[in-house]
Write a new protein. Structure first.
Length: 427
C-alpha cells in the first residue's frame, strides 16, 4: 500500500520486542538489586526470547497488529494477551528442560511490567506516529466504493489519511478505471506526478485496505486477468497435503472431545448424534457436510429466500447452544477435510437451494466454486451475516482470497480464526 501500513506494523513489532527486553532488564534489576551481569543476562536471554516471540504471535492472533481495523489496545486487553502467552510459556519451561531455568517470579513480574510498558508504547505510537502524520488524499472515482472507502477512512483515523476534495491540496490521488478514460484529466495527473504528488490506482488501494475486491471492477475481464488457476496447482497440492496431515493429527486427540459430546447429545435429546446436510463444493458438486446435532428436531421448516438463521431458535437444545457457541458442533468436519470435500481454508460451503437463489441475485456468485470450500476462510473471519446483500459483500472477500491465496495468507487466516473462535459465538 502507499503509505507504509506494513512499515507501521513492523515498527510496532520491533517496539514491542524492545519494551519486552527492557521489562526483562527492569525485572532483573528489581529482583537482584543491581545491574544484571552478563552471565545472568545470558541465562535469561534465550528462554525469554522464546516467550517474547510467543507473545508476538499471541498479539498477532489477538489483532494487536491490525492497524487497518478498529484498535483496542487497552491495558486490560494487552494484559490478557500477555498472560495467555505467559501460561503457555510456563508449560514450555517445565516441559522443555533445554532452557535450564523455571523463572516463575521473574515471569510474573515480567508480565506486569511488560503490560504497562506495551500499553504506554502503544499510546505513544497512536499519538505521535499515527495521529501526527496525516497525509491528505483525494479520491477520483464515480463508483459507490468511493463513498464506502471515504467513510471507512474517516471512521478509522488511525490509518493516517485525511480526505480532501481538491486534488491540488492532496499528496496522494486515487484514480479509478472509469476516470482514467478521461485523457485530459490523465494528462493533468501525469503533470502532478512531476510536481511530487503520488497517483495510485483506486481499485488496488481499496483492495489492499479493505481486503476485498470492489464490486465496480468485477466482470468477465477481471476473472480472465486475475484468476490464473494454473499457477496455483503446486500450492493446491501442498495445501491438500497439509489438510490430510492436519486432519490425521487432530482426529485422535479430538476423540477426547467427540466421545463425551456424543454421549451428552444422546442423553439430552432424541435423535442421531451427527447431522448431515447437503452443501455445494468445488465445481458445483454436492457433498454431505457433517456436524454434531444441535437441535432436538432437525427437520427444518421451509424457508422463503436467503435468510439469516434465527438467534433464539426453540429447536436448539441447551447442549446444542453450547456446542454452537464454542464451535464444537463443527469438529466432525475434520472427516470432510480428510475425504477431500472441503479444505481447512476456503470459502464457506452453502446449501444448494441457497446457492441457486444467490446465483440469480449476486452476479458471478458461482465463481467462488472454482476452489474447494473451507472449514474457515477470509470471508468468515471478516463477515458473518447472511442476507443476499451480505452475500455480495462476502463474495468480494472470497474473490480477494481466491486471487491472492498463498501459504502466507492461509496461515494468517488460520491464526485469525483462533481469535474469532475465542471472541465470538457460533451462529
Amino acid at each position: 500500500m502507499i503509505k507504509g501500513n506494513r512499515s507501521k506494523k513492523i515498527l510496532l513489532v520491533w517496539g514491542d520486542l524492545f519494551f519486552f527486553y527492557l521489562s526483562l532488564i527492569i525485572v532483573l534489576i528489581i529482583r537482584y538489586f543491581s545491574l544484571p551481569s552478563l552471565t545472568l543476562l545470558k541465562d535469561h536471554f534465550l528462554p525469554f526470547t522464546f516467550i517474547y516471540l510467543l507473545w508476538i504471535l499471541v498479539f498477532y492472533i489477538a489483532g494487536f497488529y491490525d492497524i487497518d481495523k478498529k484498535i483496542n489496545w487497552s491495558i486490560l486487553s494487552i494484559t490478557k494477551a500477555i498472560v495467555t502467552g505467559g501460561i503457555i510459556a510456563i508449560f514450555a519451561f517445565y516441559f522443555i528442560p533445554y532452557f535450564g531455568i523455571t523463572p516463575k517470579t521473574n515471569l510474573a513480574m515480567n508480565i506486569i511490567i511488560s503490560s504497562m510498558l506495551i500499553w504506554g508504547w502503544r499510546l505513544i505510537f497512536i499519538s505521535f506516529y499515527i495521529r501526527a502524520t496525516k497525509i491528505k488524499m483525494a479520491v477520483l472515482s464515480d463508483s459507490q466504493e468511493k463513498f464506502n472507502l471515504i467513510e471507512y477512512i474517516k471512521n478509522n483515523s488511525h490509518f493516517g489519511y485525511e480526505i480532501v476534495e481538491d486534488i491540488n491540496e492532496a499528496k496522494i490521488i486515487l484514480v479509478s478505471e472509469d476516470i482514467k478514460k478521461n485523457s485530459g484529466l490523465v494528462k493533468s495527473l501525469y503533470n502532478m506526478i512531476l510536481s511530487g504528488k503520488t497517483v495510485f490506482d483506486f481499485e488496488k488501494f481499496y483492495e489492499s485496505l479493505t481486503g476485498k475486491v470492489p464490486v465496480s471492477i468485477i466482470n468477465e475481464t477481471w476473472f480472465l486477468e486475475n484468476l490464473a488457476e494454473i499457477n496455483k496447482q503446486a500450492m493446491e497440492k501442498f495445501k491438500r497435503f497439509i489438510d490430510i496431515v492436519f486432519a490425521i493429527i487432530l482426529f485422535i486427540p479430538l476423540l477426547i472431545i467427540y466421545i463425551p459430546v456424543a454421549l451428552v447429545i444422546k442423553i439430552n435429546s432424541h435423535g442421531p448424534i451427527l447431522f448431515k446436510q447437503k452443501r455445494i463444493g468445488k465445481g458445483g458438486e454436492i457433498f454431505e457436510l457433517v456436524k454434531f446435532r444441535s437441535m432436538c428436531d432437525r427437520k427444518e421448516p421451509p424457508q422463503k429466500g436467503w435468510a439469516k438463521p434465527e438467534e433464539n431458535d426453540k429447536r436448539v437444545t441447551c447442549v446444542g447452544n453450547f456446542i454452537r457457541k464454542t464451535r464444537i458442533d463443527e469438529l466432525p468436519q475434520i472427516w470432510n477435510i480428510l475425504k477431500g470435500d472441503i479444505s481447512l481454508i476456503g470459502p464457506r460451503p452453502e446449501r444448494p437451494e441457497f446457492v441457486d437463489e444467490l446465483k440469480e441475485q449476486v452476479p458471478y456468485y458461482s465463481m467462488r466454486h472454482i476452489i474447494k470450500p473451507g472449514l474457515t476462510g477470509w470471508a468468515q473471519i471478516h463477515f458473518s451475516d447472511a442476507s443476499a446483500k451480505d452475500a455480495m459483500e462476502k463474495l468480494q472477500y472470497d474473490l480477494f482470497y481466491i486471487k491472492n491465496r498463498s501459504m502466507v495468507l492461509e496461515t494468517a487466516i488460520f491464526l485469525k480464526t483462533i481469535m474469532v473462535v475465542l471472541q465470538t459465538s457460533g451462529k
